[in-house]
Design a protein around this ligand. Structure first.
Ligand SMILES: *Cc1c(COP(=O)(O)O)cnc(C)c1O
Length: 459
């Protein structure tokens, strides 16, 4: 890895963990599917013994991740982002307290409240870490608080946490909890939380790092500090003990996807900024949430995040932007009207597929109130601003002119008063009942609705 210490972000994405094969000269390392490895004598290995514990493709990918997540020294890769979450929380041991941002990813919320609470006595409090005062934050940190769980931007309202401030507040308490940042939405291109004082970074690589919507995988990245050594060792031990590991095949595919992360993220962000600005200018749109927009209340925080990042800061130096700065590929907005307009908007899109998830090269659109966040009780949705007129876009890397035309034309269709009902509208109704099956993306506080949906899932 030191061989690439002077290389830039894009160069490291292409080369770290991807050296030509010393035996055959193959420029791309082969996929190593063997489950077991021949030993020279009992207990004498060439570096690998059994593929659950480690394998060449996984190790190569972990080397890459430790290199591209600035401030990272080592990484662990998992069968999914959720497996990374579970392993890390288990590593805290019995009876720990976690302080979590309130609209954390729904699967994370579900694991904390419905699994970790039961099997390891985890206590968790959810706080609006983006807007809480200093004293609200410090008083929420208990003597037994082991970890603060941050997602920034939050989903789907894209609020940003002031991470350096949170780090110094946490350090001012006696508990001095570790700080984990789920960096899935921005990827190592736009945000380097370890450089801003976080102790652990988590990724659902299912999203941007793989970027092609064809692999489910997760990762944890750690710096090398006395604060994090023990939890890294524990997470690695637990992962191997219960087998939350990715396959060699997926690790190989993921490394291929990651090679273009810098190109994709620049395109995602540039197009998302253009779309956010066009939406903001539309008379049919009430409000746009995109921290990169100069008009966003979180814009100063977004600039600080980008300034500390390798990829984003380089993009800003190389290109001038007028409406703000590129800041990832997710844009949320509220169109004028309600559920009917939302359904009409989604039914008219040609290029944006109506689907949950995000981070792939293809554009996706969804209505959080009836899809990813349908199980959140109406009062909580109202508090978070997740109304029926809200739409979340995952802006892909198609030609931006085509994406813009698609969105603006769907907006016109959505608000046209005399238009006939579209046949496409019924498709949304079908997805309502399936809303919990896939990507549950926010605080799920209604146990009743979750139980019902899980019954549906197993049915
Ligand atoms: C998708 C996602 C996860 C969960 O990852 P999986 O790979 O689906 O298990 C966690 N956090 C965020 C922010 C996500 O978007």
């Amino acid at each position: 890895m030191t061989a690439h210490a002077q290389d830039g972000f894009g160069t490291r994405l292409i080369h770290v963990g991807s050296e030509p094969d010393p035996v055959t000269g193959a420029v791309i390392p082969p996929m190593s599917l063997s489950t077991t490895f021949k030993q020279d004598a009992p207990g004498v290995y060439k570096g690998f013994d059994y593929s659950r514990s480690d394998n060449p493709n996984r190790r190569a990918l972990e080397t890459l991740l430790a290199s591209i997540e600035s401030g990272g020294a080592r990484a662990l890769t998992f069968a999914s982002g959720s497996a990374a979450t579970a392993s890390l929380l288990q590593s805290l041991g019995p009876g720990a307290h976690v302080l979590s941002i309130d609209d954390v990813y729904g699967g994370t919320n579900r694991y904390m409240r419905r699994v970790a609470a039961e099997v390891q006595g985890l206590a968790v409090d959810f706080v609006d870490l983006a807007n809480a005062s200093d004293s609200e934050i410090t008083s929420a940190i208990r003597p037994d608080t082991k970890l603060i769980w941050v997602e920034s931007p939050t989903n789907p309202t894209l609020r940003l946490v002031d991470l350096p401030r949170l780090v110094s507040l946490a350090q001012s308490t006696e508990a001095k909890p570790l700080i984990l940042v789920d960096n899935t939405f921005l990827s190592p291109f736009y945000a380097s939380p370890l450089k801003m004082g976080a102790d652990i970074v988590l990724h659902s690589m299912t999203k941007y790092i793989n970027g092609h919507s064809d692999v489910v995988m997760g990762a944890l990245v750690f710096p090398s500090t006395s604060r994090t050594d023990a939890i890294y060792e524990r997470a690695k031990f637990i992962q191997n003990a219960f087998g939350a590991v990715p396959s060699a095949h997926d690790a190989w595919l993921l490394q291929r996807g990651a090679k273009t992360l810098h190109l994709r993220m620049a395109a995602h962000g540039t197009s998302a900024l253009a779309l956010a600005a066009a939406l903001e200018a539309s008379p049919h749109v009430e409000r746009v949430a995109y921290p990169g927009l100069a008009s966003s209340p979180y814009h100063e925080r977004a600039r600080a995040v980008i300034a500390a990042s390798e990829g984003g800061s380089k993009l800003l130096r190389s290109q001038a932007f007028t409406k703000g700065v590129p800041f990832g590929g997710v844009v949320s907005f509220w169109l004028r009207g309600g559920e009917r307009q939302t359904r009409r908007f989604l039914s008219h899109l040609r290029l944006f597929a109506l689907a949950e998830s995000l981070g792939g090269v293809e554009s996706l659109a969804e209505a959080p109130a009836v899809m990813t966040h349908a199980s959140v009780p109406p009062e909580q949705r109202a508090r978070l601003g997740i109304s029926d007129g809200m739409i979340r876009l995952s802006v892909g890397v198609e030609d931006v002119e085509d994406l813009q035309r698609d969105v603006l034309s769907a907006l016109e269709f959505a608000v046209a008063e005399d238009a006939e009902e579209s046949s496409g509208e019924s498709s949304l109704v079908g997805s309502e009942s399936a809303s919990e099956v896939g990507d549950v993306e926010t605080a799920v506080t209604s146990v009743e609705s979750l139980t019902i949906s899980e019954e549906k899932k197993s049915a």
